[in-house]
Structure formats: C-alpha cells, structure tokens
Write a protein that binds this ligand. Structure first.
Ligand SMILES: Cc1ncc(COP(=O)(O)O)c(C=O)c1O
Length: 400
C-alpha cells in the first residue's frame, strides 16, 4: 500500500507496546500493578463535572466558535493574569483539544520544510513527531541525569543555526520532572528575541511543581519575547481532566488566527460541554489542584524511599509532574537483560509490573514509573520491582 511520505517519517509511540501487553494480561485476569499511566488517577473535581452536567441540561450541546467560547477564553486570560502576571486579550487565545492540539496547530502554523526546530531529550516524543509532521527538521539537545536533567540556555542556544525558527521547551518535563529555571528562560528569551526565534512552551505539567521555587517561565518569556511566545497549556493534568480534551494556546493574534484556520479545517471547536467544564476548573477554587499535588508529593517521597532500598537504582526526586525516572543501567548487561526495554518487558511478564522503558523518551537505560496511582499500588509495585531486581542480581552474580 502506498501511503503518504509523511507517515514514513513518524512512528507510533513505543510506550504503546508495554501498555498493550499490560492490557492483554489484565484482560486475562492477571493481577498487574500499573505504573504506566500518563494521567491522574483522581476523579475530575465534582464542581467541574457539575458544570458539565449543567451544560448538558441547558442544551449547551451545539457548535461553539471554532476558537472556543468567549467565557472560557476570558477564564484563560484571567488565570494567566492571576498566576503569571501577564496580560493578554481573548483575541490572543485559542481553545484546543488538549495541550497536544495547541502544540500541533502552532507547529503547523509556524514551521515548514527547511526550518530547524530545537527541542530536548529525554522528553515527550510527540514534540519531535509534530515537528516532522510539519516537514521541519527536529534538532535535539540532550539533558543529563548527572545534573538533574537541567535544560540550560547554553544547551539550547548552542544548537541554534541560521535555519533555526523555533524551540519547544517542556517544563516540568515528562519524563524527567526537571524544571527550567527563570534565569535560563530569560537568557533564552532575550537571545530568541534578538534572532527572531519562536519559543513554544509545553506547560502541560505547569501546575504540578512540588517546591515553592520560582517557576514563572510564562512571565519571563512573555516579558522578553512576547512577539514570538507561544504558551501551550492544558486542563488535563492539573484538574484530572485528560479525557475531556481541553487545552489552549496563548500567543500573538496573528498566530492564533492561523491556528484557528487550521483547526477550522480539522477538528473544529472543542466539545462544548468540555469547555464549560474547563471554565469551571479555571475559575473555581484552586485548592483541588493543591490537594492532588500534595498527594503526588507524598507518593513521590514514599516511592523514592521504597526504591532506595536497592542502591543500584539511581534516581532523584522529580521537581514536577508525576514520574520517577530511575537509571537502571546497573541491571543491564550483554549476557543478561540487555536494554531497559527488555527490562520493562521482563518486569511485566515476571513481576507483573507495567512501566514505560526509557527508550520511549529517547533515554535507554532508564525506566519511567508513574506515581499517578494509589499508595497501596505503589507499595505493592515497589515490592515486586525490588524482589525481581534482587533475583536478577543473584543471576548476574552466579554467572560471574
Ligand atoms: C509533556 C506533555 N505535553 C503535552 C501533553 C498533552 O496532554 P493533553 O493533550 O492531554 O493536554 C502530554 C500528555 O501526556 C505531555 O506529557
């Protein structure tokens, strides 16, 4: 079958394999502990769901403006003012089907053949695939475990060439949980402004930062490079609303208009009911976000303590998002389990724990453990991982 050339340039997420295998085992009744999820395990807050019920009852079930309702756009503008101290108008906002579509619209609207777009790895693979779908060239910079996967201005600016048109930055990062500092952001934004480079922020986990460190990269970027700043946000992770599919891009009006045109010929408006729900989330009490964050922090700390029982698992506590990202290269060897992908497969089949191999994030030698699951499951899963790794070490010792 002859498919369009662009399909040959992209690949389905490698996270899918372990997830599909885990699902198969679960369907057979096998007791699998699932650390694969990239989404909150919490229910959507009740006041958000209630707003959706009200929308249905009021028959708010028709097309809305393609770029989203004015009410939701105002709520987005107000959250940015309150949380980040930035001033935007509703003509600079488009409501999208999750942060993913905010990024995709923007990438399609901004970049094309011959353009280089810089992003970072280990990271979320979609960012790279979207650049390729736009026929542009991804340029990857690598962050490293030794310095906490810190993404610096030096790294990003060091990759700039005369063909660079944009950068896409994800902070907090999936899968590393690392934050970009405001100082680094300022250096990047100033240089990008000088060179006419667009900076897209993937802010999917923006509300999930554990310590009270300054992380207003939105404010810093829009202060120094507002004309080429694209702020891609989402209700998905902060408000436990992954299935509602609601996100947004805040950007210069000309770009928002171009995104609006693209969206008008692809998906049209985000589900009207979801928009009412997202509005309730953004305008309503924000303590639900804090409560979930507090619970993620407790889980992170316990998981860290449990896994620390085996000193060969090298890890640090993530600063944001909800993933532990240990280096497991100590357990890999040419005559045993060779790769972290093989280790993830073995953990699933032998220890019945599903997690995502680092290969999915261009980081072989690592595993991603999502702690968006209950403390009980985290304890059971940690136990299983430790027991499995203990047997591995004796196998390795025996083979010496
Ligand atoms: C880093 C990152 N950005 C963006 C997204 C997109 O999420 P959504 O489209 O649900 O807002 C995800 C989802 O997992 C993610 O991990």
């Amino acid at each position: 079958m002859s498919l369009a050339a662009r399909t040959a340039r992209i690949s389905v997420s490698p996270t899918m394999k372990v997830a599909a295998d885990a699902m198969k085992l679960k369907a057979q009744g096998v007791d699998v502990v699932d650390f694969g999820a990239g989404e909150p395990d919490f229910p959507t807050p009740p006041h958000v769901s209630a707003a959706a019920h009200r929308a249905i009852d009021a028959n708010f079930t028709k097309y809305t403006a393609n770029s989203g309702t004015d009410d939701l756009k105002r709520a987005i503008v107000e959250r940015h003012r309150a949380d980040n101290g930035v001033e935007y108008s509703t003509s600079e906002v488009i409501v999208t089907a999750g942060g993913k579509q905010a990024l995709f619209n923007s990438v399609l609207a901004l970049f094309g053949a011959g353009d280089e777009v810089i992003t970072h790895m280990p990271g979320w693979p979609t960012l790279v695939e979207q650049i390729k779908l736009a026929d542009a060239t991804p340029v990857i910079v690598r962050t490293h475990a030794e310095n906490g996967f810190r993404l610096t201005a030096d790294l990003l600016l060091g990759a700039v060439t005369s063909r660079t048109r944009g950068m896409i930055i994800n902070s907090p990062s999936n899968p590393t949980g690392a934050l970009m500092s405001e100082e680094e952001m300022a250096d990047i934004a100033k240089e990008a402004a000088k060179r006419g480079i667009w900076v897209l922020l993937d802010l999917c986990y923006d509300r999930l930062v554990y310590d009270p460190v300054p992380h207003n990269i939105i404010g810093v970027l829009s202060r120094h490079n507002r004309d080429r700043a694209v702020l891609c946000g989402s209700a998905s992770k902060a408000y436990a609303m992954t299935g509602w599919r609601c996100g947004w891009a805040v950007a210069p009006a000309a770009l928002v208009n171009a995104c609006n045109a693209i969206q008008s010929h692809s998906t049209s408006n985000v589900c009207s009911i979801s928009q009412r729900a997202a509005e309730a989330a953004l305008r309503g009490p924000q303590d639900c976000v804090t409560q979930m964050l507090d619970e993620y922090r407790r889980r992170r700390d316990r998981l860290y303590d449990w896994l620390s029982a085996d000193s060969r698992i090298r890890m640090r506590k993530p600063e944001g998002a909800f993933y532990m990202f240990p280096d497991v290269s100590e357990f890999l060897s040419p005559d045993g389990i060779r790769t972290s992908a093989d280790l993830a497969t073995a953990l699933l089949s032998d220890a019945r724990v599903a997690l995502t191999p680092g290969e999915a994030f261009d980081a072989p030698g690592f595993l991603r453990i999502s702690y968006a699951t209950s403390m009980k499951e985290l304890e059971r899963g940690s136990q299983r991982i430790l027991e499995f790794l203990a047997t591995r070490s004796s196998v390795r010792a025996a083979s010496l």
